[in-house]
Design a protein around this ligand. Structure first.
Ligand code: TYD
Ligand code: MG
Length: 450
């Protein structure tokens, strides 16, 4: 009797092996081996052989695709001007962050435009969805709900109803009957995504798929899930704060690292069209240790407030924490200040916070961090209408950053009167009498400004 066959998958990269492995031969990660039944190959014997001929690149018409608006300009920009028909879009994020809420609102907007929309939930009953929807106001009749977890049934429903847009909430609850393992397992997630991919591409229906994330912040299931889909969006934000950020980390149809900013209110998510103003709300104007920095999120400059507190340590080991930015970068900048400016910081505790809860990793933040820390140590207030950006190198030099003009324009828009920028970037700026621009060459010069 033939034994039920199983294969071993790497939960990190999706690589399959016939034998158990300790370290994945493909990606080298350890302890990621999971066993799953072999997915049966569908019979292809009676399939007609379609001869697909190569076509000259000049004979392919590629008019701008008709993008479908989600009704949120913040989300459309992250997607690259709207949803592309036939694309598969993965939306990841922590539980309770608002994935289902956002997608239900997207469905609502699209249905109002007269499109037929199908929202399929494997997590909630249609009553529960309706309960959530009640807070959002009136819905159009062309939005249909379905509570279902079988991909085979879903496939049949989609092929029958041919909706204009489909939402699957969430991929971890979906299963295919011909695969033995439990929903959420590597094999199921992989094959379910595959089936949805074929549906999206074959029928030209855009499909949004919700994916849960693990503790480490990646979409649960094989990493390969991210490779399979066209677009990956991540929902970020502090669950206790009301703002939410949606970030594009992969996009076959647009730029990545664009962000959209939303606020969770009691009637659902509301887009925040002026995030800089939002991030700077309630900022103290006469406290030392704070400075305003400018970062580029995709094509848009965003101002954030950097707060630092340096106080003499009462123990031998100084404490250092960084919230919203890279801890190692903060340590590096403190070492640069010690060495290149000559201020001893080794007996200071340092607390760094990017107010507003945004997570930032741009090197353009360095100069503002340095100036904020110097302001805290010297207990001198930075004028509240000052904007600072620039990268700091190990030699203490202030290096150029991109999009200087755009950052200065954002500062002007928000009523800032002064910008501290890298000296080397001055040549990229045209003379402007409305705003004072100060170029600094190194951290020593920056320290003299504080
Ligand atoms: P939800 O969309 O269910 O999160 P996910 O699908 O990512 O798990 O979000 C639920 C949270 O949002 C919940 O804590 C309640 C809150 N919420 C509001 O504050 N206002 C609203 O109008 C809605 C619908 C939800
Ligand atoms: Mg949900």
């Amino acid at each position: 009797m033939a034994k039920d066959k199983t294969l071993f998958y790497c939960s990190e990269c999706g690589n399959e092996q016939t034998k158990w492995f300790g370290v994945c031969p493909a990606c080298g990660s350890g302890g990621t081996c999971v066993e799953a039944p072999v997915s049966p190959r569908k019979a292809v014997a009676n399939k007609k052989l379609i001869v697909n001929e190569p076509v000259s690149i000049n004979n392919i018409s590629a008019e701008k695709e008709d993008r479908i608006s989600t009704g949120f300009s913040e989300l459309d920009r992250v997607l690259g001007a709207g949803v592309v028909p036939g694309s598969l879009i993965l939306v990841g994020g922590d539980p309770g962050i608002g994935k289902s809420t956002l997608l239900l609102q997207v469905c609502k907007n699209m249905a109002e435009e007269g499109r037929s929309v199908l929202y399929i939930s494997g997590e909630e009953s249609i009553k529960q969805i309706k309960y959530r929807a009640n807070r959002m106001g009136e819905f159009s009749d062309s939005l249909k709900l379905l509570s279902e977890t079988s991909i085979d049934t879903i496939e049949a429903v989609i092929l029958d109803a041919k909706p204009d847009i489909v939402v699957i909430d969430s991929i971890q609850t979906m299963y295919r009957e011909d695969i033995g393992s439990a929903p959420g397992s590597v094999g199921q997630v992989r094959e379910s995504t595959n089936a949805l991919m074929q549906l999206a591409k074959g029928e030209g229906i855009p499909i949004f798929v919700v994916g849960h994330v693990t503790k480490e912040g990646v979409v649960a299931g094989p990493r390969m899930l991210e490779h399979m889909v066209d677009t990956v969006l991540y929902f970020e934000g502090d669950r206790h704060a009301s703002y939410r950020i949606i970030r594009g980390v992969k996009n076959r149809f647009g730029a990545t690292n664009e962000i959209g900013v939303f606020e969770m209110q009691n009637k659902g998510l509301v887009q925040v069209l002026n995030p800089s103003e939002y991030m700077l709300e309630g900022r103290p104007k006469d406290a030392s240790g704070t400075a305003v920095a400018c970062l580029m999120e995709g094509t848009r400059p965003i101002l954030v407030e950097i707060q630092t507190l340096l106080s003499r340590t009462s123990f031998g080991m100084p404490r250092r924490t960084a919230v919203g930015t890279d801890y190692n970068r903060v340590n590096m900048l403190m070492a640069v200040i010690e060495n290149r400016v000559g201020i001893t910081l080794s007996d200071y505790d340092a607390y760094v916070n990017v107010a507003g809860g945004l997570k930032v990793s741009e090197p353009g933040l360095d100069l503002a961090l340095v100036i904020a820390m110097l302001s805290s140590v010297k207990n001198r207030v930075i004028a509240p209408d000052t904007l600072i950006f620039g990268e700091v190198g190990l030699a203490g030099e202030v290096r150029a950053v991109s999009n200087v003009e755009q950052r200065v324009a954002e500062a002007k828009k928000l009523g800032f009167g002064k910008c501290i920028v890298p000296y080397v970037s001055l040549k990229n700026l045209t003379k402007d009498n409305d705003i004072e621009i100060i170029g600094v060459k190194n951290v020593r010069e920056a320290s003299e400004l504080v």
